[in-house]
Design a protein around this ligand. Structure first.
Ligand SMILES: Cc1ncc(COP(=O)(O)OP(=O)(O)O)c(N)n1
Ligand SMILES: Cc1nc(C(=O)O)sc1CCOP(=O)(O)O
Ligand SMILES: [Mg+2]
Length: 211
């Protein structure tokens, strides 16, 4: 588990009830050797309480860590640390990377949202492991984002720090994104809105890991 995760699957569940967990585990798969994989699940649950996110993260860790899939918490370092997560993804208004790095254990992953190379240079200097770079393409999953960055800005950002492309990433776009220098991708709709989420995840994983 030493390689920086390439395929980040972001959760779409409301509560992590039995159905949501079953759906997620079907998408992540068993992690069999030689099978392309979801490398990290990011717990993004904006409507949930801190206690719920801690409980769900612990539940996911119990299921996913043995499969070699890491669990990263969106926004909140304190919640991530309390739950024993593998990392945190920090947005532009969350705790700074430097403050998070000072509080986190050495092998804890710290990711930061970056919207261009200037952000990436700062994030790297503060100790981020990777940048979530987006929105690369238009997305209807989140409102209020800036205009799409496009592949040139992704490429320039990826020269500064390992870049995880986010925003409108679909299987059809993975090769271009990876050719632009991305380390990997983060995805919501292309998996969860597909009629066959496990199949969609397998296709994206294969493309990410073979590009
Ligand atoms: C891998 C990755 N990159 C970027 C984001 C966006 O994070 P953030 O800016 O904190 O916005 P929200 O996801 O919290 O709405 C991400 N989640 N993951
Ligand atoms: C949560 C989020 N953050 C983004 C950013 O650019 O900061 S794009 C995004 C949504 C990603 O979902 P989809 O794969 O459905 O486009
Ligand atoms: Mg966030």
């Amino acid at each position: 588990m030493d390689v920086l995760p390439r395929f980040h699957l972001i959760t779409d569940f409301g509560p992590l009830d039995r159905d949501a967990l079953t759906r997620l585990l079907a998408v992540v798969g068993e992690g069999a050797v030689g099978t392309p994989r979801v490398d990290a699940v990011q717990v993004r649950a904006k409507q949930a309480s801190d206690r719920e996110v801690v409980a769900w993260t612990r539940e996911l860790l119990a299921e996913l860590a043995p499969r070699g899939t890491r669990v990263i918490v969106n926004d909140r370092l304190d919640v991530a640390l309390a739950a024993g997560a593998h990392g945190v993804h920090l947005g532009r208004n969350d705790l700074s990377v430097a403050d998070a790095r000072a509080l986190a254990p050495v092998d804890f992953l710290v990711g930061a949202t970056c919207r261009g190379p200037e952000h990436a240079i700062a994030a790297r200097a503060e100790g981020a492991d990777y940048a979530g770079v987006g929105p690369v393409h238009a997305t209807s999953t989140k409102d209020g984002l800036p205009d799409p960055l496009g592949l040139d800005v992704l490429a320039a950002t990826a020269r500064e720090i390992p870049a995880i492309a986010i925003g409108g990433i679909t299987a059809a776009r993975v090769r271009d994104v990876m050719t632009s220098g991305a380390h990997g991708v983060a995805v919501v709709a292309a998996v969860w809105k597909d009629p066959d989420p496990p199949g969609a995840a397998r296709e994206i994983a294969e493309l990410v890991h073979t590009s």
